[in-house]
Structures are given as structure tokens and as C-alpha cells.
Design a protein around this ligand. Structure first.
Ligand SMILES: [Zn+2]
Length: 282
């Protein structure tokens, strides 16, 4: 498919991935017992990092789960936990995504209880990441300043590929960005993250209540959320909450149906601004 290849080539160049001819197998784990095998691109990026990482300056981090980044690059996940390289393990369809989700939910528990660790922010990790990335998940979220995925999930540089628009609305740029993560970076999990008291949802409900036209580009956002709002209008309870849930799951289902994003697992969740808790949506 020349068009897709041309896009991916351009996207790779634009995002400064540095391909190398090596095909050495590497692995990447999202938890202590769930190895994740990287894609060819991620392997190339990892190999580039392995060439430049200094054995004398191991990276440190404080995530719950040790996360291997290459079979050769020295890298510790805490001051006392040595980096544990693992053999290449065939990637399964479901295990890597579920392991990535476990890491995110564990990070959210830390965030919600005031125990965030702000992992991977050290200079050594930054240097290691300069030559390649293999994030755990794509998070499709809202631009709201109170729902930043890296904070909500207590993740750091290199951990999440975040695509944020008001109301987590989709367009071709968003879809292309998600596909870059799943196809080029081999990210196994896409998480659509909605949040309570979303301004884009509130604007949509106001538009439907009053019939007033939305100015300029805001119309696109309202048009994207309006089907969900109409689907639950008249239900008992909070219309905004119903709309948020309906819209977030509609976005999730749209991504699930998109063949360009397979075989990534797509999930949806809601962030409670009061408690900080993230809850998966059925
Ligand atoms: Zn919002």
C-alpha cells in the first residue's frame, strides 16, 4: 500500500525516529511478569538507544512495574531494583494491552490517593528516551487542564502518547496520530478518557437547549458530541453525565471499528475530577 507506506515514512521522519538496519529481537515489559515484545520500529528505536546509553549512567525510575527497554541497555527501575533484561517473548493479542492498562490504573490509584511518584523524570531517562520511544498506551483525552493523562495516571516522559482535543472529539488528524502510535510504535492499548464537567459537553447541551449557533470552529465540537447528547436526552439523572458516558463510549466504539487501528485494544474510561479516580466504562 504505497500511500500508507509514504505516510508512515513521512511520519517517522517527522517524529525523529531513527531507523537502523538491525533486526535484533528486543523486549519491553509493562509489568514484572508480562513481557511485551516491541515492533520492528520500536526495536529499531531501542537499538538506537542501546548504542547510545551509557553503562556508567543507568536510568532510574519509580514506576510500580519494572519496565525493560532493551536486552542490552543498562536501565534500573529504582535505586535498588536492577534493570532486568528479558528474553524476547512472542506478543499475545491481549496480554500486553491488559498489562498496560494495569500500569495505568495503578498509577491512577497513586494519583487519587496523593501518592504520585512522577516517574521517569530524571535526566538519565530523558537521555535514554532521546533516541527512541515505546509508550505503553495511546490516551485519547480532552484538553481540559484538570485531566492531563500523564498526571492522572502518574506516568512520565516516554510512557504515554497523548492525543487531546476538546471533548476527545475525533478528526483525521486525531485518527492519524492514534494510528501512528498503534502501527508505528506498536502500542497495544488505546484508552479514550472522558472526564466529568467537560466544557465541550456543556457547550453541546447549551446548544441543544437554546438552539443558538456556535461560532467558528466550536461548531465542529458540538456537532461531534450532539449525537451522544440526543441519545440520552430525557433519561432520568444528569444529562451532562449521561452525555459524557455516551460520547466517550461512542468514540471508543468508533476506534474499535476502525481497521487501521487493529489489533490494538481500545477501552474507555471516565475521570472523576473530585476524587481523581478513573473508572473504566462498560
Ligand atoms: Zn473536557
Amino acid at each position: 500500500m504505497p500511500n500508507r507506506r509514504a505516510f508512515l515514512t513521512a511520519a517517522t521522519a517527522a517524529l525523529a525516529i531513527r531507523p537502523t538496519p538491525t533486526t535484533a529481537a528486543t523486549s519491553h515489559t509493562t509489568s514484572a511478569d508480562t513481557p511485551r515484545t516491541t515492533s520492528a520500529t520500536a526495536q529499531r528505536a531501542t537499538s538506537a538507544r542501546a548504542r547510545t546509553a551509557s553503562p556508567a549512567a543507568p536510568a532510574t525510575a519509580s514506576a510500580d512495574a519494572p519496565r525493560t527497554t532493551s536486552a542490552t541497555a543498562p536501565h534500573t527501575t529504582s535505586a535498588t531494583t536492577p534493570y532486568a533484561p528479558s528474553a524476547a517473548v512472542p506478543r499475545t493479542a491481549s496480554t500486553p494491552a491488559s498489562a498496560a492498562l494495569d500500569v495505568l490504573l495503578a498509577g491512577n490509584r497513586r494519583y487519587a490517593t496523593g501518592r504520585s511518584r512522577h516517574p521517569h523524570e530524571g535526566r538519565a531517562v530523558r537521555h535514554a528516551l532521546a533516541d527512541g520511544q515505546h509508550p505503553l498506551a495511546v490516551v485519547v483525552g480532552c484538553i481540559d487542564s484538570r485531566a492531563a493523562p500523564e498526571l492522572v495516571f502518574d506516568q512520565g516522559p516516554g510512557d504515554l502518547l497523548c492525543v487531546r482535543t476538546a471533548g476527545a472529539c475525533l478528526d483525521e488528524a486525531v485518527l492519524g496520530s492514534i494510528q501512528y502510535g498503534t502501527a508505528e510504535l506498536d502500542i497495544p492499548l488505546v484508552l479514550v478518557l472522558g472526564h466529568e464537567r467537560c466544557g465541550a459537553v456543556a457547550a453541546t447541551l447549551a446548544r441543544l437547549r437554546t438552539g443558538a449557533a456556535m461560532p467558528g470552529h466550536l461548531r465542529h465540537l458540538v456537532d461531534a458530541i450532539a449525537p451522544a447528547a440526543r441519545s440520552c436526552r430525557g433519561l432520568p439523572g444528569d444529562w451532562a453525565e449521561h452525555t459524557l458516558t455516551a460520547h466517550t463510549t461512542r468514540v471508543r466504539d468508533t476506534l474499535r471499528r476502525d481497521p487501521a487501528l487493529r489489533p490494538a485494544t481500545v477501552a474507555a474510561a471516565r475521570c472523576d475530577l473530585d476524587s481523581g479516580r478513573v473508572r473504566l466504562l462498560p
